[in-house]
Design a protein around this ligand. Structure first.
Ligand SMILES: Cc1cc2nc3c(=O)[nH]c(=O)nc-3n(C[C@H](O)[C@H](O)[C@H](O)COP(=O)(O)OP(=O)(O)OC[C@H]3O[C@@H](n4cnc5c(N)ncnc54)[C@H](O)[C@@H]3O)c2cc1C
Ligand SMILES: Cc1cc2nc3c(=O)[nH]c(=O)nc-3n(C[C@H](O)[C@H](O)[C@H](O)COP(=O)(O)O)c2cc1C
Length: 616
């Protein structure tokens, strides 16, 4: 490791929602202390075959559903799993792995564990033990990241002693703004990727009762070209910030006069990333456009925001702004920073409204150092493209909640933007392939989709119904009953709070049930039982897992015959509770021991017969 060419460290990150990217940028800034130069790249933007030539690589890797690798890391992992790789392949590689995860999930930071073990198995040397950042930590990922980076720097400083004196200068910005000619209509860079499509919003309709606390909407978008997708696919949407928030942000920093000046954005630093979907360096844009479409000014600020802002803050007669932030950034200040920002979910814009002494001092080029890039949000597609050709259906809960200490409600960035879109709005939609490989129509399917988790189930049910209907056309009459038998092997467990208020697509499920194409099981967790309410649909306080227990013999029979379980929805306790009742079905109906039932469900998961797609 003593012969690092040009003191070069490769920092690879794999992220779904941007946290690992932020951590990679932070790691690169730490390495500057030793005058080590880092290249920070998303793992899918790096030619993996080059890895054997790298002397030192840091991996910052988050964890996706069911402990899986985040999508950008899948090619790397597939390659590393090849059985023909020599055991000394990475004998010259020094590496360190930091995982990002949430210990509320069963498979906490699983990809980081697997990656570290595999790299060592192939001859690589870990320079420090793996670190594991946990969303559950009071300080979030930082709780483990900062100590891990410190221990990394300790080890590396033995090889690369830091030069004397600590630089206290303001680091250069990540990007330079170059004056440009006025903006000429430029196309969205995403459209050069075949995954993305232009679409027009046609329907934006509330599907919860008007007097219900939660606003959940059904959206329909019409594609401008032919687009096909399989059930279980998701759609990616990049939200925008509202104009009044953009104006307020520029006012808070004194950037109003530069808002509409045409500029080119030129990357400045190889060791810090820029938002993914920026216009190319030869396409002109404006600060207003960047703040509207590319920067997340309404999210909770990360530590990097304060580390940047503090350079320009001052102590004033009214408030010791600089001292306060320096204290938050000190070794013992993390809790106070979390109490100010993370816990009340204070937005970057709200923080700037309170810390005003930097106004007019920060050059706008620092905007990428202050604010993270806007990230896409993923939504399960709520319809089959066989049933709704060239149309995309989504079922989306509009995020709005309150926290202690701040009066104004907190609003989800993407869902508030979506809720405000008028039919006729054109936007760009990304389509992502499904986790679930839909089994043959003859395979029994158990769909467990409480709340908006029912979105992908609608796609699956419609697909199976359409496949069944096509069968009816093709087969002679005597087989019609058989085809119906095939379709009835779909059981949907839907959970809501109240049958009359938030039971999405109820009419459709009932209609499929009448046609014998679906068994629909409704669990309403807040309704009084039907006998006391007088309404036949009210199930009493029931959850989806209770119904699975009630249906034990049928569930066992379907699973015994190779049935597939698809679980979708909130990643709170529901997926674990469903797995637990599947185990209990194995014990009660299949006569298995506790251990056998656990192994049975785990095997079904490994073989893709229990699939989960959940989100927080
Ligand atoms: C594979 C996948 C499929 C998905 N499918 C769907 C879908 O079909 N329908 C759907 O509605 N969503 C779906 N989501 C979730 C969706 O991607 C967004 O995360 C969600 O809509 C919120 O986005 P937002 O930008 O409005 O909220 P953000 O601005 O990102 O804010 C969300 C954050 O706010 C905080 N928060 C939210 N509610 C509360 C609360 N009550 N108390 C405290 N903090 C809170 C949490 O930290 C949460 O992470 C899916 C996610 C994934 C990963
Ligand atoms: C849908 C979803 C599934 C997740 N599943 C797991 C998991 O199985 N194990 C885990 O440790 N963390 C899990 N997490 C937590 C993330 O790994 C964690 O929030 C991480 O900081 C996200 O990093 P990223 O923004 O770079 O993707 C999950 C998060 C989401 C949204």
């Amino acid at each position: 490791m003593t012969d690092l060419p040009d003191h070069d460290v490769l920092v690879l990150y794999a992220t779904e929602t941007g946290t690992a990217q932020d951590a990679a940028d932070r790691a690169a800034r730490h390495l500057r202390r030793l005058h080590l130069k880092a290249r920070v790249l998303s793992v899918d933007a790096y030619p993996i075959s080059e890895l054997i030539h790298e002397p030192l690589v840091l991996f910052l890797i988050s964890t996706s559903g069911s402990g899986s690798f985040p999508r950008p890391a899948l090619p790397l992992w597939t390659l590393l799993l090849r059985s023909d790789l020599p055991h000394d392949l990475f004998e010259d590689l020094h590496f360190a792995v930091f995982g990002l995860g949430d210990s509320a999930y069963e498979k906490f930071c699983w990809p980081a564990k697997l990656l570290e073990r595999r790299l060592e198995g192939l001859g690589g040397t870990a320079v420090v033990r793996r670190g594991e950042g946990d969303d559950q930590h009071l300080l979030g990922v930082d709780g483990a990241l900062l100590p891990w980076l410190d221990s990394l720097i300790d080890v590396l400083s033995e090889h690369f002693p830091p030069p004397p004196g600590t630089p206290s200068d303001i680091p250069p910005p990540r990007a330079t703004f170059v004056p440009a000619s006025p903006i000429s209509g430029s196309s969205d860079p995403r459209l050069s990727n075949p995954r993305y499509h232009q679409a027009t919003l046609r329907v934006n309709k509330r599907v919860t009762a008007e007097d219900w606390w939660q606003d959940v909407r059904h959206f329909e978008f019409e594609f401008e070209r032919e687009v096909h997708y399989a059930p279980g696919s998701t759609a990616s949407l990049l939200p925008s910030n509202p104009p009044e928030a953009v104006d307020a942000f520029m006012e808070a920093l004194g950037w109003e006069e530069q808002a509409d000046i045409p500029i080119y954005v030129h990357p400045n630093l190889g060791d810090q990333t820029l938002p993914t979907f920026l216009p190319s360096p030869s396409t002109s844009t404006t600060l207003r456009c960047l703040l509207t479409h590319h920067l997340s000014i309404l999210s909770v600020p990360r530590r990097a925001f304060w580390e940047c802002l503090v350079h320009w803050l001052e102590n004033t007669e009214l408030s010791d702004e600089k001292d306060k932030v320096l204290e938050w950034l000190s070794e013992d200040g993390g809790d106070d920073l979390a109490f100010y920002t993370t816990h009340p979910r204070r937005t970057t814009l709200e923080c700037l409204a309170e810390f005003t002494s930097a106004r007019g001092k920060i050059p706008p080029e620092y905007v990428f150092d202050l604010v993270p890039g806007m990230r896409e949000r993923e939504f399960s597609i709520a319809g089959s493209s066989k049933k709704h050709p060239n149309t995309l259906h989504l079922l989306i809960a509009i995020v709005k909640y309150r926290t202690k200490f701040i009066k104004a409600p907190r609003k989800g960035v993407a869902t508030s933007w979506l809720a405000g879109l008028e039919p006729g709005t054109r936007l760009v939609v990304g389509i992502n392939p499904p986790q679930l490989a839909l089994p043959a129509p003859s395979t029994p399917m158990i769909l467990v989709g409480p709340g908006t988790g029912v979105a992908p189930m609608r796609a699956v049910v419609e697909d199976r119904v359409v496949s069944g209907a096509m069968g009816v056309c093709l087969l002679i009459f005597v087989f019609v009953m058989l085809v119906d038998d095939i379709c009835i092997e779909t059981v949907l467990y839907f959970g809501c709070r109240s049958a009359g208020k938030d039971q999405y697509y109820a009419e459709e499920w009932r209609s499929y049930e009448r046609e014998g194409r679906l068994v629909y099981r409704l669990a309403a967790s807040r309704d009084p039982p039907a006998s006391t309410s007088g309404e036949s649909e009210k199930t009493g306080k029931t959850y989806v897992q209770d119904l699975i227990v009630q249906d034990g013999p049928r569930v066992w029979d379907m699973l015994r015959r190779g049935g597939v379980v698809f679980i979708s929805g909130s990643s709170n306790k529901m997926p674990a509770a469903v797995r637990a009742v599947l185990r209990s079905v194995g014990e009660r109906e299949g006569g298995m021991s506790e251990e056998e039932a656990r192994e049975w469900v785990e095997r079904a998961e490994r073989e893709g017969r229990v699939v989960e797609e959940c989100w927080s």
